[in-house]
Design a protein around this ligand. Structure first.
Ligand code: GLU
Length: 407
C-alpha cells in the first residue's frame, strides 16, 4: 500500500498541535492549503504528436510572506505529494526564519526521456498556465527534484515576456549569469552539514571519524558528502535509484564519483568500491544515515534494519510517522527535513533579496549568512526539544508554528 505524504504532513501538524495551545484559526489555516492549482499542459513532441501533461502548484500558506518552494518533475508527482511538500515549505521557511510562506509544484513527467526542446516547450507552457498565480511578491518557484537553473531560466524568460518587464525575482535557483546567487547550488548540502555539526556539538558529541551512508546522489546528496568529509566524517556509501557504492575506508573523491556517474549514467563499476543493491544503503553499519532522495524511504518495514544512531533528513518527508516513532523510541537522533534541508531555501531567500535590491554578494558572504541561519535554527530546535522533552522533529514544528502564530 502506498503511503500518502499528505496524511504524514497532517499527522505531523496534529502531533505539534497536541503540544500547543494552538489558536483554532491558525490551526484551520495550516490544516489545508490556501489554494491548489492543477493545469493541463499540451505539448507538441519532436515527432509532431501531441501529449498532454498535468502540472500542479499548491500555495499552502502566506502568513509570513510570498509563497515559496520548488517545482518537481517526476513521474510520481501528484496532488497529495505536492500538498505535503507545500506544507513542509511553510514550516521550513518559518523555522529558518525567512519572510516567505510555503508553496510547491510539479509536473507528472519523466524529464529524462524528453528532448531539450520538449522540456523547454513543456516548461514554457507550465509558466503560461501559472502566470496569474506567480510573481516576485506573490509566489516564487525554485528547483527541486529533476529541475535546474536551465528550467528556471525558461520560466523567468517566459514570465518576463508575459509581464512585459524584467522580473528576476520571479524564480530562484537561477544560474549565476541569469541573476542567480553565489552558493545556491551548494546551499542545501552545505546547510545540512552546518545543522549536523551544530546539533552534534550541542549533544556533546563529535563528528570526527563518524561513518556516513547517503541515499541519493543528486545535487543535495553529493554536496552533503563533500561537506561531511570536510567535517571529519568518513563517507562509506552513496546510492542512487539503481544501486549503492560502498567502500569501508571511505569514498573520499566525491567529484570523481560525480564525473563517473555523469559519464556512465551509473555508480556501478566505480574503481576501488563495491556495488550493492539500492536498498542496502539503509541497513549499513554506519553512524549517520542520510536519506537524500524522495519521500517514504524509511518505513515500518525497513526501520528495524537501520543501525545508524543519527539520521539527517536531506530529502523532504523521507520517514513515515510509524517508522519515526520507532526511531524515537530507540533514541536515534533524527534531524528533521524542515531543518536539515532548509539551507536551499535560505539561499533562495538571499537570491531573491539580492534581486529585489539589485545587490550581488560574494560566496563567502552567502556561506557565512547561511551558517548563521542554520546554526540559529538548529539551536532553537535543540532548545525547544530540551524544554518540551520531545523529538527534534516535534521541536522544529513547535518553533515554526510559534513563529507563524506571531504574525
Ligand atoms: N526545493 C527546495 C526545498 O525543498 C528549495 C525550495 C526553494 O528554494 O524555494 O526546500
Amino acid at each position: 500500500m502506498s503511503i500518502n505524504p499528505w496524511h504524514t504532513a497532517q499527522e505531523q501538524l496534529e502531533n505539534a498541535t497536541d503540544r500547543l495551545d494552538l489558536d483554532p484559526l491558525l490551526h484551520a489555516r495550516l490544516s489545508q492549503p490556501d489554494r491548489i492549482v492543477e493545469v493541463s499542459l499540451p505539448v507538441t513532441m519532436d515527432d509532431d504528436s501531441v501529449r498532454v501533461f498535468t502540472g500542479f502548484r499548491v500555495q499552502h500558506n502566506n502568513i509570513r510572506g510570498p509563497y515559496k518552494g520548488g517545482l518537481r518533475y517526476h513521474p510520481h508527482v501528484d496532488m497529495n505529494e505536492v500538498k505535503a511538500l507545500s506544507f513542509w515549505m511553510t514550516m521550513k521557511n518559518a523555522l529558518i526564519d525567512v519572510p516567505f510562506g510555503g508553496g510547491k509544484g510539479g509536473i507528472a513527467v519523466d524529464p529524462k526521456v524528453l528532448s531539450v526542446g520538449e522540456l523547454e516547450r513543456l516548461t514554457r507552457e507550465f509558466t503560461r498556465k501559472l502566470f496569474p498565480v506567480i510573481g516576485p511578491a506573490l509566489d516564487v518557484p525554485a528547483p527541486d527534484v529533476n529541475t535546474s537553473g536551465q528550467i528556471m531560466r525558461w520560466i523567468r524568460d517566459e514570465y518576463e515576456t508575459l509581464a512585459g518587464k524584467q522580473a528576476p525575482a520571479v524564480v530562484t535557483g537561477k544560474s549565476l549569469d541569469n541573476g542567480g546567487s553565489e552558493g545556491r547550488t551548494e546551499a542545501t548540502g552545505l546547510g545540512g552539514s552546518f545543522a549536523l555539526a551544530e546539533l552534534t556539538r550541542l549533544s556533546g558529541d563529535t563528528l570526527k571519524g563518524k561513518t556516513v551512508a547517503i541515499q541519493g546522489f543528486g545535487n543535495v546528496g553529493s554536496y552533503f558528502a563533500e561537506y561531511a568529509i570536510e567535517l571529519g566524517c568518513v563517507v562509506v556509501a552513496v546510492s542512487d535509484s539503481k544501486g549503492t557504492l560502498y567502500k569501508q575506508s571511505g569514498l573520499n573523491d566525491v567529484k570523481a564519483i560525480e564525473k563517473y556517474k555523469k559519464d556512465t549514467k551509473s555508480l556501478d563499476g566505480f574503481p576501488g568500491a563495491d556495488y550493492l543493491s539500492a536498498e542496502a544503503v539503509l541497513s549499513l553499519d554506519v553512524d549517520i544515515l542520510v536519506p537524500a532522495a524522495l519521500e517514504n524511504s524509511i518505513t515500518i518495514d525497513n526501520v528495524g534494519d537501520i543501525k545508524a544512531t543519527i539520521i539527517v533528513e536531506m530529502a523532504n518527508g523521507p520517514t513515515t510517522p510509524d517508522a519515526d516513532a520507532v526511531l524515537n523510541e530507540r533514541g536515534v537522533m533524527v534531524i528533521p527535513d524542515i531543518l536539515a534541508n532548509s539551507g536551499g531555501v535560505a539561499v533562495s531567500y538571499f537570491e531573491w533579496f539580492q534581486n529585489m535590491n539589485d545587490e550581488s554578494w560574494t560566496k563567502e558572504d552567502v556561506f557565512e549568512k547561511l551558517k548563521q541561519k542554520m546554526t540559529s535554527a538548529a539551536q532553537a530546535t535543540f532548545a525547544s526539544a530540551v524544554e518540551n522533552s520531545c523529538s527534534l522533529r516535534e521541536a522544529a514544528y513547535l518553533v515554526a508554528i510559534g513563529r507563524l502564530g506571531q504574525k
